[in-house]
Design a protein around this ligand. Structure first.
Ligand code: FE2
Ligand code: FE2
Length: 205
């Protein structure tokens, strides 16, 4: 399924561990609640970029479009939750986003480039996870998760293209730096299940 997006597949350092997939399937209520948070956070990341980089034309256009799409995804997850009687609740963030964001450089344009590269990883990983989960879900969720693949893959492409455009130099080394961190965050065990968590520690099974 992910083979429809070879560039995205090559960009990610690894596949999601099977133990994470099993964990997700055992925790589908939590999966939907965290998914709703993720869509909202994705919209808010794009909004923050819109506020901060008002002089970057391509960014303004792409991020405005992206924020609208993520909010639409939020409404779609929220509707499914409401129909299933799932209460939307606060959740602690997973270590994934912070684990990547703490490496953002503080000077410009390096800061912007890092945020855009991280955006590309978050979108690519979300797409990969929706693709591995979809075949195991009930019809409604399967259809919904498959419907998200195309837009999350496009978001990945947009972030990566913006990072390349604004860096004005080769960013392969910086991508590789974040790729190694991303792999650790995806493969090392986590205490709580999240859309972007690692597999469970043995104590959590
Ligand atoms: Fe989304
Ligand atoms: Fe997205």
């Amino acid at each position: 399924m992910l083979s429809q997006f070879p560039e995205l597949e090559n960009f990610l350092p690894c596949k999601s561990p099977q133990a994470w997939v099993d964990w997700a399937l055992e925790n589908q209520t939590l999966m939907l609640i965290d998914h709703a948070h993720c869509e909202k956070k994705a919209a808010s990341t794009a909004m923050n970029l819109l506020y901060r980089y008002v002089d970057r034309d391509a960014l303004l256009h792409k991020m405005s479009q992206l924020a609208r799409e993520e909010l639409l995804h939020f409404e779609q997850v929220h509707k499914i939750m409401r129909n299933r009687g799932i209460t939307y609740d606060h959740l602690g963030a997973s270590r994934y986003a912070d684990g990547l964001r703490k490496h953002i450089r503080t000077h410009e344009p390096a800061r912007l480039i890092d945020i855009l590269i991280i955006g590309a990883f978050v979108e690519a990983r979300s797409c990969e996870r929706f693709a591995v989960l979809a075949p195991h879900l009930d019809d409604e969720l399967k259809k919904f998760y498959l419907s998200l693949l195309k837009s999350e893959a496009r978001h990945f492409e947009d972030y990566l293209a913006l990072a390349q455009e604004y860096a004005g130099e080769n960013i392969d080394d910086r991508i590789q730096f974040f790729r190694e961190i991303e792999q650790k965050l995806i493969e090392e065990p986590d205490t709580e299940f999240r859309i972007h968590s690692g597999p469970p520690t043995s104590a959590n099974r």
